[in-house]
Design a protein around this ligand. Structure first.
Ligand SMILES: NC(=O)c1ccc[n+]([C@@H]2O[C@H](COP(=O)([O-])OP(=O)(O)OC[C@H]3O[C@@H](n4cnc5c(N)ncnc54)[C@H](O)[C@@H]3O)[C@@H](O)[C@H]2O)c1
Length: 254
């Protein structure tokens, strides 16, 4: 098993890519702390993975809040004794606004969840990993972390910043046993659209993003992304650090 004996925290683990990661990591021998703010879906996910023999516990909370983000790391250490892997995966869309149409509320919400959350969790995780033999951090960025046309300004800025968080973390701790990489998924079939209700969409921005989306060569599944996350979490990728990896069927090649 590729994660035997490892302890992993996965945020946004009740749905989509995070659920696929939690399922796969547990099947590969990891002890998993699953975080999500959707209590009902989280309970269902944890129950199902446990029923299949997986070692997993859930903790409900809003990743944008420092205490909730740190609580996931602390729970992993107090329950399973250590932390080897952190997947900063929870995220929400914006409403496709350009900067001229952006509201402060959306900016703060999207940056809080997509950037503050990973920073809070990474800081706590790195402090533990430095003292306990290192670890691997896997961030779920996006095509919108590499290109300007895939979403609105808040989502795009949050994912570009997450790429920066990834690279800096990789560089800062490269000689001290901590690796940090980012996956940039393309269009993937998940529940992410729930965070972008149709009646809130900025139609002009959505149309402009649609021009870029029209170039999508392939739709991915959450399992496609989880397979890459597993590789980055495991020791198989021990020399891969600071990599920003598109997983998008070729969209980034446009
Ligand atoms: N689906 C795509 O096409 C796509 C493409 C590129 C990047 N991504 C990124 O992939 C990641 C996973 O999203 P997904 O597509 O699996 O969507 P999803 O909505 O299916 O899953 C995201 C999970 O994160 C949780 N979450 C959201 N905000 C949270 C918060 N504040 N606190 C705790 N949990 C929270 C949700 O409840 C949900 O369970 C996100 O970071 C997203 O930005 C998605």
């Amino acid at each position: 098993m590729r994660l035997q004996g490892k302890v992993a925290v996965i945020t946004g683990a009740a749905s989509g890519m995070g659920l696929a990661m939690a399922t796969l990591f547990a099947a590969e021998g990891a002890s998993v702390v699953a975080g999500d703010w959707n209590a009902e879906r989280l309970a269902t996910a944890v129950k199902e993975i446990q029923a299949n023999g997986g070692q997993i516990i859930g903790l409900q909370g809003n990743i944008a809040e420092q205490t909730a983000a740190e609580g996931l790391i602390d729970l992993a250490i107090s329950t399973f004794g250590t932390l080897d892997v952190l997947c900063n995966n929870a995220g929400v869309m914006d409403y496709m606004q350009g900067v001229g149409e952006l509201t402060n509320d959306i900016w703060r919400k999207v940056l809080g969840i997509n950037l503050d959350g990973p920073m809070f969790a990474s800081r706590r995780a790195v402090q533990h990993m430095l003292a306990h033999g290192g670890g691997s951090i896997v961030n779920t960025a996006s095509t919108a972390g590499l290109h300007g046309g895939a979403a609105g300004v808040a989502y795009t800025a949050s994912k570009h910043a997450l790429v920066g968080l990834t690279r800096n973390t990789a560089w800062m701790y490269a000689k001290r046993g901590i690796r940090c990489n980012a996956i940039c998924p393309g269009a993937t079939m998940t529940n992410i659209a729930e965070s972008m209700p149709q009646d809130r969409l900025d139609m002009t921005g959505a149309q402009r993003a649609g021009e870029f989306a029209a170039l999508v060569p392939a739709y991915l599944t959450p399992a496609d992304i989880a397979a890459l996350a597993l590789f980055l979490a495991s020791d198989e990728s021990s020399k891969i650090n600071g990599a920003i990896i598109p997983a998008d069927g070729g969209w980034d090649a446009v």
